[in-house]
Ligand binder design. Structure first.
Ligand code: GLU
Length: 439
């Protein structure tokens, strides 16, 4: 168990600190078992190389003027442009965005996309804002981060609290100021289809996760789980990733979705839930816009949901959700991390001791940025690919990534998270070495 990160301490709960510990562990492993790497490149890769903080006003519907703080962080120049989503949430701060940008650098190496890592965000509560206020906030934030973004410099995308509407606004704002830019739509991915978005982008994170899960089962890596048919699934988070993974696993793979939770609480049904009906309830019927109360089911708190017996547990909300405090009570065969950083290092060690197969975030949720890459390629080439083509290419990428990481894990006797980290870091350092140091 990780002695440096005792249960429930600030260290356990701090995503950036956790990532740095994982990074140090991976470097130690690489130096000992693979090859000794130049210290300078390690420091370079620890990043970030650029952080922008912006403060800007938005006129609210009641006429008042409210100040917001936004961020854009570019973590590494392993390749350019840098790439990563934009998060609108009340807990957004510089450390969180920096950690998420770090994650993007590693994720892009896992799926082998020619991008460096970046992330952005605004500290706000989109659930408490009107559509008009959010539109204004998005447009002003996009303008404020102009020094960073561009089709060949840094390309944002959706993340928690943002989606295709926001991406359309970012594109429009950029285009207004760069009218002669030939492929201005490549400044952002996850756009609506009629603005150069890609088929399959909305469900890409979930779809990529499903391909990886299917492959893990096919390769016989999940003890006691030989097929997705009738497998029981518990999902934490019912936003984009959570909803689509529920839908895909239920409709395409015939899994039984027995638990779903959002930020307000969870529901559980041994017979299985219909994801479409639950979404309809959350969006159209529930006054609180929550799954809680669906079909009169009893409400579960987060810990109860995470520890409900199931075959597949899917954290699909945000970072720091699976904690050491209850990791020992988790009874899943596999954890598919669709959220970024949902499991603390301490909890992860417990899960590994319990022989639960954890498919780490930088592999499990890399389908999102992969289809973002496809969208960017289509924009640059003036093409639009069919859904079947996008899905086939995504499947190939995810299966290759899974196969590479699981082989690395086997070769060096590592768990999947340690393997994914070390694999990604090694790849990134090789690119940095080949680029050399300027001047
Ligand atoms: N926000 C997503 C992620 O965390 C997607 C990033 C992108 O498409 O650039 O991977």
């Amino acid at each position: 168990m990780n002695a440096r990160e005792p249960l429930g301490t600030k260290e356990e709960l701090d995503f950036l600190k956790r990532l740095k510990l994982e990074f140090q562990d991976a470097i130690q492993f690489i130096n000992k078992e693979v090859e000794v790497v130049e210290k300078g490149f390690i420091q370079l890769l620890e990043g970030p190389f650029r952080q922008l903080i912006v403060r800007f006003p938005v006129q609210m519907d009641d006429g008042s003027i409210k100040m917001f703080t936004g961020y854009r962080v570019q973590h590494s120049r392993v390749y350019e442009p840098t790439k990563g989503g934009i998060r609108f949430a009340p807990d957004v701060d510089l450390d969180l965005i920096t950690a998420l940008a770090f994650d993007m650098t590693l994720k892009c190496r896992v799926v082998d996309l020619p991008y460096g890592g970046a992330k952005g965000g605004v500290c706000c509560d989109p659930k408490k804002m009107s559509r008009r206020e959010l539109d204004k906030l998005t447009r002003r934030y996009a303008f404020e981060i102009f020094p960073m973004i561009g089709p060949d410099a840094d390309v944002p995308a959706p993340d928690v609290g943002t989606g295709e509407v926001e991406m359309g606004i970012i594109y429009d704002t950029y285009k207004m100021f760069h009218p002669k830019s030939p492929h201005a739509e490549a400044v952002v991915t996850g756009k609506p289809l009629n603005l150069g978005g890609s088929e399959g982008r909305t469900e890409a994170t979930a779809c990529g996760g499903a391909y990886v899960l299917e492959e893990a089962i096919k390769q016989g890596h999940i003890k006691g789980l030989n097929s997705l048919k009738d497998a029981t699934v518990v999902i934490h988070g019912f936003g984009n990733a959570g909803y689509y993974i529920a839908k895909i696993l239920n409709e395409e793979y015939r899994c039984r979705i027995i638990g779903i939770a959002d930020s307000k609480g969870g529901i559980y049904s041994q017979e299985g839930l219909n994801p479409k009906d639950v979404l309809n309830y959350k969006e159209k019927i529930s006054a609180k816009k929550s799954v809680v109360g669906y079909d009169g089911l009893q409400q579960l708190n987060e810990e109860q949901l995470f520890t409900s017996p199931c075959d597949i547990l899917i954290p699909a909300a945000k970072e720091t959700q699976i904690l050491g405090a209850f990791a020992d009570d988790i009874e899943a065969k596999v954890i598919l991390e669709l959220a970024n950083g949902p499991t603390t290092n301490f909890a992860h060690e417990i899960l590994i001791d319990k022989k639960i197969y954890v498919i780490p975030d930088i592999l499990a949720n890399a389908g999102g940025v992969t289809v973002s890459y496809f969208e960017w390629l289509q924009n640059k080439a003036g093409e639009s690919w069919e859904l079947s083509q996008v899905k086939e290419k995504l499947r190939k990428k995810m299966i290759t990534a899974y196969t590479n990481i699981s082989k690395f894990a086997k070769d060096y006797n590592l768990d999947m998270r340690k393997a994914a980290f070390a694999f990604a870091i090694l790849k990134a350092i090789k690119v940095l070495q080949n680029r050399g140091i300027f001047p």
